[in-house]
Design a protein around this ligand. Structure first.
Ligand code: G3H
Ligand code: ZN
Length: 278
């Protein structure tokens, strides 16, 4: 069964560990991730961006195949299917399609408009037991620069929207970091004292495990990873193609990155100290 993220993140908050959010783009990645998380017996959040949903054919496609995998593979871990960086309109479509959690990203708007749109979505989503993550400040691609937020903005946004989890921009960015990001650790520390909800780290690929551990200690409980898994898969696949020029079976080619992806997942889960569920 798919769940929202509330129980898993509140538990992680209490246990001072983090739950992994891994982005999915297709059936194969979803299966690689779920198999490994089941083996490690840890909860997982599967993130689907608007582009990924379009690529797969629409929001109902990942809902259908994730539910089918849960059934066919007898998965028992808590699994949350979550919209990643959605607009209000796309989040509504995803909820209708069966998503159990959404992230609304109206962070490029003014603070007041961001609050207003987020609040409308929270009111709607909560009627269906769907959890909502909101973004404050702007977390963009690495090459687009940095738009961090501050304590007052975060408190105002949280007080007025009542999101279930908050993703503040603290100097983090998506994709491959070309230099080490300067992260606002203080903001995470202050926020986790001032507000009682899980805090989310986006753009976590490429952040050192030392800094990830430090952020978890300060209050980060959901960590978003996309690029790290894509790079791991790419490395495996390119190596395979180089040495297996005659293979044309897509199942073999796509699966050639599986071991790398699953090793990366295990490494990250160890860093996050994600607690097993029994
Ligand atoms: O929303 C997605 C995440 O923030 C992933 O970022 O690709 O840098 O790991 P990443
Ligand atoms: Zn993100």
């Amino acid at each position: 069964m798919l769940t929202n993220f509330n129980d898993m993140l509140q538990l992680a908050r209490k246990n001072h560990c983090a739950i992994p959010h891994f982005n999915i783009n297709n059936l194969e990645f979803t299966k690689f991730i779920l198999e490994k998380c089941q083996e490690l017996n840890v909860p997982v959040i599967l993130g689907v961006s608007i582009n990924a949903a379009q690529y797969m054919g629409g929001w109902s496609v990942p809902v259908a195949f994730t539910k089918a995998l849960i059934r066919e593979l007898n998965l028992t871990i808590p699994i949350c299917l979550h919209v990643d960086h959605g607009t209000k309109e796309e989040c509504l479509k995803a909820i209708t399609a069966g998503f159990t959690s959404v992230m609304i990203d109206s962070s490029s708007l003014s603070l007041q408009d961001n609050i207003q749109i987020t609040k409308e979505l929270v009111n709607y989503a909560h009627q269906y037991n769907v959890s909502v993550e909101g973004e404050i400040g702007e977390i963009k691609e690495c090459y687009k620069g940095n738009f961090p937020t501050n304590l007052n903005e975060c408190l105002k946004y949280y007080e007025e929207t009542k999101v279930d989890a908050l993703a503040p921009a603290i100097g983090n960015a998506h994709g491959i970091y070309h230099k080490n990001p300067t992260l606002n650790f203080n903001l995470i520390e202050e926020l986790s004292v001032r507000i009682n909800i899980p805090l989310v780290l986006h753009g976590a690929s490429g952040i050192s495990s030392e800094n990830l551990k430090k952020l978890i200690k300060l209050g980060i409980t959901k960590i978003n990873i996309n690029t790290d898994l894509l790079l791991a898969w790419n490395n495996g696949l390119r190596e395979f193609i180089k040495t297996n020029k005659d293979v044309y079976d897509p199942r073999q080619i796509i699966s050639s990155g599986k071991q790398n992806v699953q090793e990366k997942i295990a490494e990250l889960i160890e860093t996050f100290e994600t607690k097993s569920v029994t």
